[in-house]
Design a protein around this ligand. Structure first.
Ligand SMILES: NC(=O)N[C@@H](CC(=O)O)C(=O)O
Ligand SMILES: [Zn+2]
Ligand SMILES: [Zn+2]
Length: 430
């Protein structure tokens, strides 16, 4: 199948592209980028006037719950949500049941991804067996089967010595260690940010220090072992300062932030106890959120991720204390960035492409994708004026626990191409 995209505003900082062009996709690849391209026989012409064409978006932090918790999400339903949100690639976290800590587990995820046939599933393997933090998992075997990175996400690795061993081992394979930073003796029973929010609502607090102390530790372990380190879902000013300091020293440290930590904060939690606002790490202060927004604009934060964490209705429709942690995010991430940062002129399209496509590929050691002749045709077409209203019906994820339900956002993906196949067509998943 061949497609000719006419008059798209292509943005790709990797090749210095920021102009209106025609793009011909033939088979799996970009066959031509130019002006006034003519459609040959059997070429489907797509009018892309007014739309933006960018390298396919990558979400390097999602939870697809497959195997083990298929009632929340499967690789198939998660792939649909990812495609609907404009993504060509997602990296799946290993806190499944069983935990994805073997080569077979990695292969299962890739195979299920192929069966779903929508986006590229890039599995992240557990660093320790069963994510228990006690013994190294089969890192080498998982690399051979296609693991793109390693993480015990859902938990911090509590033992500094164990984390050192993991990082020494991972360093041998040109992969990054992704750290969910949480010292459990400090976060304890915390269910909300410790400070104003925990005091106001009378609930156990999850202090910033529990995250920051482990970020500090892992940066020092990065220095000691040389293992590339990526800090997951950073949420505080001080954590970000630590990452900036490490970068200034030239250490191989990167980090990511979620839309909910950018655009929500602890003051959004009120006595209606909307449990979709309960996540790990918790929503922090307005000052933290402002610093994170600054960080994603100025380059100190490398990647935007959703931490898409689907949970069933009964796991959220309960008291705040016992509700599960997490919000879905795949179908609101791009609209939130467009609506809140790009439309308001704070973020350039170039920077959006860096944090949602270029940098995540680089952290995960994936091949580059470019809007350039010869590149694999993994591409996202975006209508900056297309409104979406976040309702349960809009969400194609199996779970509806969005922190952004009810919001109307301007800007969303209309079409996605994965290796030249049109997986999203005018906003409808293939
Ligand atoms: N972020 C969350 O609130 N929840 C995640 C776990 C995690 O990312 O740490 C989950 O798996 O549900
Ligand atoms: Zn986490
Ligand atoms: Zn996570």
């Amino acid at each position: 199948m061949a497609f000719l995209l006419k008059g798209a505003h292509a943005v790709d900082p990797q090749v210095g592209l920021d102009e209106v062009v025609d793009v011909l996709i033939d088979g799996e690849r970009v066959a031509e980028v130019g002006s006034d391209l003519e459609a040959g026989q059997d070429v489907q012409v797509i009018d892309a006037t007014g739309k933006y064409l960018v390298p396919g978006l990558v979400d390097m932090h999602v939870h697809f719950r497959d195997p083990g918790f298929e009632y929340k999400e499967t690789i198939e339903t998660g792939s649909r949500a990812a495609t609907h949100g404009g993504f060509t690639d997602v990296a799946t976290m290993p806190n499944t049941d069983p935990v994805t800590d073997t080569g077979t587990g990695i292969r299962y995820q890739i195979d299920r991804g192929h069966a779903a046939g929508l986006c590229h599933i890039r599995p992240i393997g557990a660093m320790t067996r069963g994510e228990k933090g006690e013994a190294l998992s089969e890192i080498g075997d998982m690399v051979l089967e296609g693991a793109v990175a390693f993480s015990d996400d859902g938990h911090g690795v509590q033992s500094a010595g164990m984390m050192r061993t993991c990082m020494e081992y991972i360093a041998q394979f040109d992969r990054v260690a992704i750290a969910h930073c949480e010292i459990e003796t400090l976060s304890g029973h915390g269910v909300i940010n410790e400070g104003k929010a925990s005091t106001r609502l009378g609930m156990f607090g999850w202090p910033a220090l529990a995250e920051e102390l482990e970020i500090y530790r892992d940066i020092e372990l990065c220095r000691l072992t040389g293992c590339p380190l990526h800090i997951a879902h950073i949420s505080t000013v001080k954590g970000l300062e630590l990452v900036k300091g490490a970068k200034a020293e030239g250490l191989p440290v990167t980090c990511e932030v979620t839309p909910h930590h950018l655009f929500l904060n602890e003051d959004d939690i009120d006595t209606t106890y909307n449990t979709n606002l309960k996540m790990n790490p918790p929503l922090r202060t307005p000052d933290d959120a402002a610093a994170l927004r600054e960080g994603i604009l100025d380059g100190s934060i490398d990647c935007l991720v959703t931490d898409h964490a689907p949970h069933a209705a009964h796991e959220k429709d309960c008291e705040w204390e016992i509700a599960f942690f997490g919000t879905v995010g795949l179908e609101t991430s791009l609209p939130l960035m467009l609506n809140n940062l790009v439309r308001t002129g704070k973020m350039s399209w170039q920077r959006l492409v860096e944090v949602m496509a270029v940098n995540p590929r680089s952290v995960l050691r994936l091949p580059k994708v470019k809007v350039e002749r010869g590149s694999v045709a993994d591409l996202t077409l975006i209508d900056p004026d297309r409104e979406v209203t976040v309702t349960e019906d809009y969400l194609q994820s199996r779970s509806k626990n969005s922190a952004f339900l009810g919001q109307t956002l301007v800007g969303s993906a209309t079409d996605v191409f994965v290796a030249g196949r049109r997986t999203l067509e005018n906003g409808v998943v293939a």
